[in-house]
Ligand binder design. Structure first.
Ligand SMILES: C[S@@+](CC[C@H](N)C(=O)[O-])C[C@H]1O[C@@H](n2cnc3c(N)ncnc32)[C@H](O)[C@@H]1O
Length: 224
């Protein structure tokens, strides 16, 4: 049997269990529709920010699925949820005139080894990704973190001069002030005691998805 896994397989449903062996950035609606009330959907999780986390949803008798994340999973992303973006091909143009500012947040705090910080950021900024640029051939810049939206409309860059660890130059372009959003998302994570994936969950309803912290009524803030 071959086909698009996002469609599920209605012919033999409804199912007690649905287990995905690829990760998703949002839960395909057919999966929820094809699982019985009380049944479970288990799927690796991904966001453009980081591929991390395992989601275990229970479907209720109104067709709403909800449940917690746990850490540690990282699986290849479902094909039809992938984006094929590159900074210089698709996002940054020569005629862009970014605004300049400074930040005290080291870029490696949000795009480094800390998977809990990255996971929380990915749940808040669902359409934002990043890439490091080492030795970007810019005077005084040792490495630069690029951040961009998946619609390629907004981007930010944060420069490290190789010396200062508490002051970085920021460039921002587009309708969204992306580094400001990243900073706000990071502050939210810090002020909630640096929660890992096990404190987060997701609810999937006919009206859409909402991520939460600790309980389904404590929604994770979205930037807009
Ligand atoms: C990590 S591999 C898992 C392979 C195997 N099922 C297993 O469990 O060992 C993920 C597989 O999902 C497939 N895949 C990704 N997106 C898909 C989609 N939308 N529909 C069907 N298969 C998809 C990929 O081609 C890949 O073979």
């Amino acid at each position: 049997m071959t086909g698009d896994g996002a469609d599920g397989y209605p012919d033999n449903g409804p199912y007690d269990r649905l287990v995905a062996t690829c990760s998703v950035r949002s839960v395909p609606r057919p999966w929820v529709d094809q699982v019985k009330p009380g049944g479970i959907i288990l799927t690796p999780w991904d966001s453009p920010w980081v591929c991390y986390g395992l989601l275990r949803l229970t479907v209720d008798d109104t067709g709403v699925a909800s449940g917690p994340f746990s850490p540690h999973s990282a699986f290849m992303l479902m094909r039809n949820q992938r984006t094929d973006l590159r900074i210089f091909r698709d996002v940054v143009r020569d005629d862009h005139q970014p605004g300049e500012s400074t930040t005290t947040l080291p870029p490696w705090r949000v795009a480094g080894d800390g998977l809990a910080a990255q996971f929380a950021l990915g749940l808040q900024l669902r359409d934002v990704w990043w890439v490091w640029h080492a030795d970007p051939d810019v005077e005084g810049v040792v490495s630069r973190l690029w951040v961009a939206t998946t619609d390629a409309a907004s981007w930010a860059a944060v420069d490290w001069d190789g010396k200062s660890n508490d002051r970085f130059t920021v460039w921002q372009h587009g309708p969204r002030r992306l580094w400001d959003e990243v900073e706000a998302a990071h502050v939210w994570w810090l002020t909630h005691d640096r929660p890992g994936p096990e404190r987060f969950g997701l609810t999937v309803a006919a009206t859409g998805e909402s991520a939460w912290l600790d309980s389904p009524d404590r929604l994770v803030p979205l930037p807009r």
